[in-house]
Every structure is written in structure tokens, then in C-alpha cells.
Design a protein around this ligand. Structure first.
Ligand SMILES: Nc1ncnc2c1ncn2[C@@H]1O[C@H](COP(=O)(O)OP(=O)(O)OP(=O)(O)O)[C@@H](O)[C@H]1O
Ligand SMILES: [Mg+2]
Length: 310
């Protein structure tokens, strides 16, 4: 009987030390200091260029910490072969006017998502600077900056909760706003087919929705708070061509003031936009309207030929 008691006590101590170590690790994440703090105006870059969103000769590669030192965890000497030198973005230079639409197209790994990461300041550019509304993005308060955006990331998730909560996403969204956002995202029709409409429960990662339905709920989430800047990173890839076109029409008609960036693999998703950038290995190799690119960008012509079978 005594030995059982001692063993029990021993287990309690083991649990306590495990819990202690886990709690310390959770606290370290929760209380982690933000590496990218707002930069004082005096130190920020200024631009002469017109435009709501301006990228000025931006160069960037992953694997630098906030102090500018390179560090590559995972290898004995702290560096992956060759990775330190390879730039993910090189001399990216473009501007967009307020309410404008921009398409970004290019092969996988060419840096499309990286442009979005710099625009939202998840990372700071190594060279050049990024401006929104005439101000260096580094001077914005992080929350204020992120509130300007409605984004669907490439790997965004649906949470195990009602569709209503998934679209509102913790913000103050009225039922009318939600319904309008769902309509624009072409999600309203399928949501209304559920008996419990917006109260319908999604399961973990939205596994009870089809790929296209998931994307439409995510787009409704991005549109719900009427953002200044809308970003769709590869987020209409699972929509059929007709729905995709209807989505773009709705954005054009109901969100005309919203500056929109659409990252896509399909030419049909971006060909109607004001401006298109063709990326290759982190460089802009073509920039213009669909018609201009069809004339002077061989890479764009090639993608067009493959996709449209022209
Ligand atoms: N967090 C990261 N850390 C290190 N390298 C990264 C990171 N994210 C992307 N990269 C590298 O940067 C380059 C550009 O990646 P990016 O995600 O911008 O590509 P992408 O154009 O969005 O591709 P896809 O069409 O597949 O989404 C790639 O070579 C990739 O390996
Ligand atoms: Mg990407």
C-alpha cells in the first residue's frame, strides 16, 4: 500500500514538471515581442511617386532577422546551401492607383506570395521600400495596417464553427453586410440551401465543404469588413470559370473603391484586370494589360497558348 502511494506521488511530480515546461513554452509564444515595430517617420523612406500602393525597387530574400543578420536554423553552420544568396524578389517596381486592380501571374515559387508578405509587412524589404497611401508601410501601426486588408491567403483555413462566425471572424459585421459579402463571393446561393443557412456548422478545416465552397466562404470573409485593399492569393483556383468570372464582376461593381490584387495561375482570372505583372524567379518580366502582354511578353504568350489552347 505504501509503495502504491509513493508511486502515485511520483507521478504527480512528473506531471507537474511536464506541465511547467509546457506552460513556459506556451508563454514564450504568447508573450513574444513583435520583431517588426513601427519605424519613426524620420527614418522611413519617402517616395515621389504617385499611387496608392507603390513598390520601389524592392529586393528581398528570406532568412534575415530583424537586426539584419542572416540566420538559418537547422544546419550545423546555421546555413542552407546557397539559400543565403538567392533572392526571392529582385528589383520589384510597380505602382497601383486607388481602386485599381492588379493581377500577378507566374510559375510556382516565383515570389507572388512574397510580394503580398512584404505589402502586409510580415517581412521588411532588404532593398527599396513599399508604400501604401504615400506612407512607408514600416511606419504604420501593425493593427491599423492589417485592418486595411481583406485577404484570402493561399493556405487559409475554415474553423470548426458556424459559417456566420467564419465570415464575421470576430469583427462587427451586420447580417446585411454579411449577406452582401456572401453574395459577392458567390457563396450566398449554396449557404441558403442549408436549412440553418448561416448557422450551418463547418467542421475542422471545413472538411464538410467542397474546395470551391471553402474558397467562397473565405472570400466572403475577406469582403465582409469592406476592406481598402483586397488580396486574393490563388483563392479562386477551385472555382469554375463561370463562378470565377461572376466573382470578378461583383468585385468590380460593388467594391469599385477597393484596391484589388489577384494572384492566380489561370490567365482567365486576371486577363480583365487593369494591370498584370508576370513574374519569373523573383523578377518582373512583363507588365501591362492583357493586350500589351500578348504583344510583347513571350512568357505570357506561352502561358496563354498552353491554357487557352490558342
Ligand atoms: N517562409 C519562407 N522561408 C524561406 N523561404 C521561403 C519562404 N516562403 C517562400 N520562400 C521561398 O521564396 C520563393 C518565393 O516563394 P513564394 O511563396 O513567394 O512563391 P509563389 O510565387 O507564391 O509560389 P506559389 O505559386 O507556389 O504559391 C520560393 O523559392 C520559396 O522557396
Ligand atoms: Mg504563393
Amino acid at each position: 500500500m505504501i509503495s502504491m502511494g509513493v508511486m502515485g506521488l511520483n507521478r504527480v511530480f512528473m506531471m507537474m514538471s511536464k506541465a511547467n515546461a509546457s506552460a513556459a513554452r506556451i508563454a514564450a509564444v504568447v508573450y513574444a515581442e513583435d520583431e517588426l515595430t513601427p519605424l519613426p517617420e524620420a527614418e522611413a523612406a519617402v517616395t515621389e511617386r504617385e499611387g496608392y500602393i507603390v513598390f520601389e525597387h524592392v529586393g528581398f530574400h528570406y532568412g534575415r532577422d530583424s537586426a539584419g543578420a542572416e540566420h538559418f536554423p537547422g544546419q550545423a553552420d546555421g546555413r542552407f546551401d546557397g539559400q543565403g544568396r538567392q533572392k526571392s524578389l529582385d528589383d520589384i517596381d510597380f505602382s497601383m492607383k486607388k481602386g485599381g486592380t492588379l493581377g500577378i501571374i507566374g510559375a510556382t515559387g516565383c515570389g507572388k506570395t512574397t510580394i503580398i508578405n512584404l505589402l502586409m509587412r510580415f517581412y521588411d524589404a532588404d532593398e527599396g521600400a513599399v508604400f501604401i497611401d504615400g506612407k512607408d508601410v514600416r511606419t504604420y501601426d501593425k493593427d491599423a495596417l492589417h485592418r486595411m486588408f481583406g485577404v484570402v491567403f493561399q493556405n487559409d483555413v475554415i474553423f470548426a464553427d458556424s459559417l456566420k462566425e467564419n465570415i464575421a471572424f470576430g469583427r462587427d459585421v451586420s447580417p446585411e453586410q454579411m449577406d452582401a459579402a456572401a453574395a459577392d463571393a458567390r457563396a450566398r446561393d449554396f449557404i441558403r440551401e442549408y436549412e440553418d443557412t448561416y448557422e450551418h456548422k463547418a467542421v475542422v478545416r471545413g472538411a464538410n465543404l467542397s474546395g470551391g465552397q471553402r474558397q467562397r466562404v473565405l472570400i466572403a470573409r475577406a469582403l465582409a469588413a469592406a476592406p481598402d485593399i483586397l488580396i486574393l492569393d490563388d483563392s479562386s483556383s477551385a472555382l469554375d470559370y463561370k463562378t470565377d468570372a461572376a466573382l470578378r464582376k461583383a468585385i468590380r461593381e460593388h467594391h469599385a473603391d477597393t484596391t484589388t490584387i489577384i494572384v492566380a495561375q489561370r490567365i482567365s482570372s486576371i486577363m480583365s484586370l487593369d494591370d498584370i505583372i508576370v513574374l519569373e524567379e523573383g523578377r518582373i518580366i512583363g507588365h501591362g494589360t492583357h493586350e500589351e502582354l500578348m504583344e510583347n511578353c513571350p512568357m505570357y504568350q506561352e502561358i496563354h497558348r498552353v491554357q487557352m489552347g490558342a
